[in-house]
Design a binder for this molecule. Structure first.
Ligand SMILES: Cc1cc2nc3c(=O)[nH]c(=O)nc-3n(C[C@H](O)[C@H](O)[C@H](O)COP(=O)(O)OP(=O)(O)OC[C@H]3O[C@@H](n4cnc5c(N)ncnc54)[C@H](O)[C@@H]3O)c2cc1C
Length: 456
């Protein structure tokens, strides 16, 4: 009997993994919680929308079209389950929910290509209506052709900050300011690594030109102070401190925040994969070898869900993980060395991006006590510090048990990183010793009315 290989994710990594498996004569199952393929970057617009590839994907239009065409050609050769959430993994089976039905699907090999989400640092007032993540602001534009507000401030750091701001400008939205916590000198220091991908660097520089042409104020090296507003009216402005200490305020009715990305690792965690602390990324990441093999036999991790390296790298790592799975199942494969070499270049560039737009860990220690950290459960920085001092909760899961931080709908996706920084600063311990929140099923909320699907 042919091996049953399941691919989670229909983004660049998942599509290229499926393609490699089909090329080898297999019929993989591809599962995605989204209604359409493409993943984050090449997200397809809903049926009935008719924007062109150039309008939707800009400089990435050709790549988007290529991935979509590849997927369309694969459709009759794979079992495709869109609109289906993988909410748990047990040994050799994935647990699926679609609408109000659930079922279990066994596998011989599993390739997890679950992508990434925004990495967020709280700021006082960020719980008010009108505050989004940069990714959320982009999804609104790409998917529904909507801006998040009529006057938007973009704040944080990372390539997505400039990209989303430029996309909003091009779409005709008003960007009140771009407020970057990283400095020009940090970018300069990272230049040798960024030169690993000169074309990508050029695209990044072009984004700043779009903002300059539209007269969008751009400030670098800023410290976010507060998102102003009221419960009745939501966001009304953003206050920052400039590098010299002077305060500035920008009026707006929406804010988009983000500091680069964090891999979606809950499924790897539920599968029992070993995690290691990555000093450069200051994150716990699932352990993988060069080709994406995890510490669990038969489970492979690829794309941004394993290491954030961007879409082109995700395509390579998806293919590489599929080749690793085929090899482990005894099928001879070709092209591994070339893919590894290409991936190494993307890794160097991604390291450069991380150094150019660093995660602002230092802000966690200075967050005012009243700042909400966990927006799902309304847990403040002060409450987290209290459980560190009063209950000796210096470890992430212990702090969660005492405070409920990370216990809400998002399961810590948006607060865990900053929460760990606050605990580390309050307990005066290294971030690595705080550990990470253990993944819990279901990874996302499920309908109460879920009913088991009985196969005929
Ligand atoms: C919000 C956001 C916006 C971005 N915008 C850009 C951009 O404009 N330009 C750019 O160059 N890069 C962008 N990036 C980065 C880029 O999206 C990634 O580098 C690239 O998409 C990675 O491909 P991937 O296949 O690893 O993951 P993705 O493209 O993210 O695909 C992962 C897929 O897995 C599915 N999935 C995840 N978990 C489950 C589950 N439990 N069950 C079922 N399905 C699941 C998701 O629905 C998704 O379709 C963005 C990233 C994010 C998070």
């Amino acid at each position: 009997m042919a091996a049953r290989i399941v691919v989670i994710g229909g983004g660049p990594a998942g599509v290229r993994a499926a393609q490699a498996l089909v090329d080898a004569g297999l019929r993989p199952t591809v599962i995605d919680e989204g209604r359409r393929d493409g993943g984050q970057i090449y997200r397809r617009q809903p049926e009935g929308f008719s924007r062109s590839y150039e309008t939707l994907y800009g400089t990435e239009a050709e790549r988007a079209a290529s991935l979509h065409q590849s997927f369309d050609a694969l459709k009759s050769k794979i079992d495709y389950l869109p609109d289906t959430l993988v909410w748990n993994i047990s040994p050799n089976a994935v647990h699926l929910a679609s609408g109000t039905s659930y079922r279990t699907l066994p596998f011989d090999a599993l390739i997890v290509c679950s992508g990434a989400t925004d990495r967020l640092m709280p700021v006082k007032g960020w719980h008010q209506a009108g505050t989004y993540s940069l990714g959320g602001a982009q999804v609104a534009l790409k998917s529904q052709a909507c801006a998040i507000g009529s006057r938007v401030v973009m704040m944080g750091s990372g390539p997505l900050l400039y990209l989303v701001a430029a996309q909003y400008v091009k779409a005709g939205a008003q960007v009140a300011a771009v407020l970057d916590t990283s400095t020009f000198m940090q970018r300069l220091a990272a230049l040798p690594k960024l030169l690993a991908m000169p074309a990508a660097l050029k695209k990044g520089i072009a984004l700043t030109r779009v903002l300059a042409k539209a007269n969008v104020p751009v400030h670098r090296g800023v410290q976010p102070i507060e998102i102003k507003g009221s419960p009745q009216r939501g966001v009304s402005g953003v206050e920052i401190a400039l590098p010299g200490g002077a305060r500035l305020e920008f009026a707006c009715d929406a804010v988009a925040l983000g500091y680069h990305l964090r891999p979606e690792t809950q499924l790897a965690d539920l599968a029992g994969c070993r995690f290691v602390f990555d000093d450069a990324a200051q994150q716990w990441l699932p352990q993988i070898d060069t080709d994406g093999r995890s510490s669990i036999q038969g489970i492979y991790l690829a794309g941004d869900g394993a290491r954030v390296r961007g879409a082109d790298a995700a395509e390579r790592s998806g293919r590489l993980a599929a080749l690793a799975a085929l090899q482990d199942l005894g099928t001879p494969v070709e092209g591994v060395e070339r893919l590894r070499a290409e991936l190494a270049r993307f890794t160097r560039f991604a390291t450069g991006l991380r150094e150019a737009f660093p995660w602002p860990a230092k802000f966690a220690a200075s967050l005012p006590d009243e700042t909400i950290v966990c927006r799902c459960e309304a847990i403040t920085a002060g409450e987290l510090r209290r459980v560190v001092h009063a209950n000796g909760a210096q470890e992430a899961n212990r702090a969660k048990a005492f405070s409920r931080v990370g216990m809400g709908r998002c399961q810590g996706r948006y607060c865990a990183h900053a929460g760990a920084e606050i605990i580390a600063a309050a307990a005066c311990v290294p971030l690595s010793s705080v550990g990470r929140l253990r993944g819990q099923a279901p990874v996302k909320p499920l309908p109460v009315a879920l009913v088991e699907e009985v196969s005929e």
